[in-house]
Design a protein around this ligand. Sequence first.
Ligand code: MG
Length: 264
Amino acid sequence: MITRKSPFELERMRKAGEITRLILGRVAAAIKPGITTQELNELAETAAKEYGVTPAFKGYQGFPASVCTSVNDQVVHGIPGPRKLKSGDIIGLDFGVVYKGYYGDAAVTVGVGEIAPEHRRLLEVTREALWKGINAARAGNRLSAISRAIQEHVESNGFSVVRDFVGHGIGQAMHEEPQVPNYVSPLQRYNPVLKPGMTLAIEPMVNAGSYQVKVDPHDHWTVTTVDGSYSAHFEHTVLVTEGEPEVLTQIKACGREDGGVVQW
Ligand code: MG
């Protein structure tokens, strides 16, 4: 069942989304050559305490950290550790919080120092694909309109859309119905009409090479591309309304400006 949130619930989700965005922006702004992924995780945990929210990922199905840090050919679910970032790397940060029982979820991929033009293009196309998906999240559209908008943009730019991981409904749980694929499949029978009050985490994962991915057999979390190509990931939590989609993981209501310089 896809839940439609009440105004009371949406106030909490707006706050959860905004705090998610503030913290993630701050972590993204700290990225520089030499910093470790563990240090980025500590920044997020310190900020979460400051805002009085619970990091959503820590302990989720046993995940050991608060931020997923996915470097270069890592697609999603990278585990923070002693790895030092170096100029030319790209790093995906995925972070979420729980605020008064409601979830926010967002992700951004940024370059470390100077990155190659083809990697800059990968980041740009993935970010654009996210916004194409957001723009399709309108009452009256079917769910597949989001998937199609993302896939068309990615593939027309020569990149590929990851199949094995998808976006999701979000609310009182981090993962609610429906799944939100970033590609259209003729096998997908479930294709509901979007209605006001639905809240979706839209999150294209885009590979520079083939769409095939694998899970690290040792840590059971880190997803990498099979061909070693670089991968990017952007995500926002979005509310379907009667009109324009409302991006909940943006800085608005509380007026704080410490979300960092990284925009997506
Ligand atoms: Mg998500």
